[in-house]
Design a protein around this ligand. Sequence first.
Ligand code: HAM
Length: 448
Amino acid sequence: MIPKTRKEKSKESGKTFQTPKGMHDVLPGDQPYWDRIERVVRDLAEFYNFARIRTPILEFAELFQRTAGEETDIVRKEMYVFKTKGGDVVTLRPEGTAAVARAYLEHSLGRMSQPQRLFYIEPMFRYENPQAGRYRQHSQAGFEVLGGSNDPIYDAQIITMFQRLLETLRIKNTNLKINSIGCRVCRPLYRRQLQTYYKTHEKDLCSDCVGRLKQNPLRLLDCKEDSCGRLKERVPNVLDKLCSTCSEHFKTVLEYLDELQLPYTLDNQLVRGLDYYNRTVFEISVEGKGSEVGALPGGGRYDYLMELLGGHLTPAVGGACGVDRLVAVMKAQEIKIGERLSQRVFVAHAGELAKKKCLKLVEELRKANIGASEALARESLKAQLKAADRDGAPIALILGQKEIYEDGVIIRDLRSGLQETVPLHRIIDEVRKRLRDKNVVEVTPIHD
Ligand code: HAM
């Protein structure tokens, strides 16, 4: 009987298995992008002295209801909320900041040296309508500075780190947008002004925004509906309404960015999709190729968030960048990642005894930090060398009966086909020398 194909079996059972909507696999072909991004994030974290934090994927749903805000899309529509068998109402975390703040309070990190500089690279879950750069499961790389003072230098440093992240990944045409949305003193005045403005245009608002108008008018600036979007053009400018302390704070952030020669655009309608922000908010996106994914890093100051969780007023600022979006932009901008395979040598055997010796040779190469690949399970030398060709390895090391007897290894240049036998004890040095001559980097990390 001819075995059925997967398609035929699926047709019979009426079900084809695929990822749930809005979620995607990261296949081996894309892994180098993810590895590269994670490496750059970790290097930046190390350089700027940020320590990694990992929080659970599940949190109490109330954590986000209290902090992100009841009127935000994230809380109203996008959380994966469910009841556990024990009756707890939990959610797959939609974002990282509230979770990090919860951990800061829970573990009294405020008693340690301040500020605490923390970073994470973790998956987040939002039940959104999938589209370019918008997934229901996505990963974010975040940097958060918690505690200490609300010195504007921290705002500037966070923004700088994200700019460095994009630069190091060689992402081009970036546009940093920045705004200040004030504090408890000046924001209520601005809210009232917004309410007055939007009330005169209430008939043009979408139904969601009619509700938001009473509860949280700032959210109207975040609405994606066309009719609401048109009204934004003549909206009062938040920067004109800042109190003198917020104004001074924002001016200093901008001066620091000027000092660092980071170009920015003032965007007085940038409020971001979460309620916990005060003062500085920012987003960085790209123009041209890759722009369809939307904001890459986004963040801001959130000095009141700890209070919302029952802690003391604790200054904090941070941001997070979508990793899936970084990958999409890198591909759209045709940014090449260093080829891993060409950094390797290929080890091949001819015969059973040689196979055993090859196993040892591969381990010795690994110990010497030289990337090695092999196809030792294949018996024919020809098949193994074909695999070496596919790998793109520049050098092959070949062991047969004769070489074992003579304590040597054939070293073959796979580009020219030239080969010679080298004593086994000299093989590591010889490989290193040849890789250097070929300008092939031996160790995997590629730092810019
Ligand atoms: P957010 O703007 O909601 O902010 O998300 C941060 C970044 O995550 C976005 O700029 C985007 O790159 C990526 N992102 C968000 N949603 C999706 C999605 N559905 N699919 C793909 N990528 C997405 C926050 O979450 C804040 N916690 C950022 C922050 C950290 N603020 C202060 N500290």
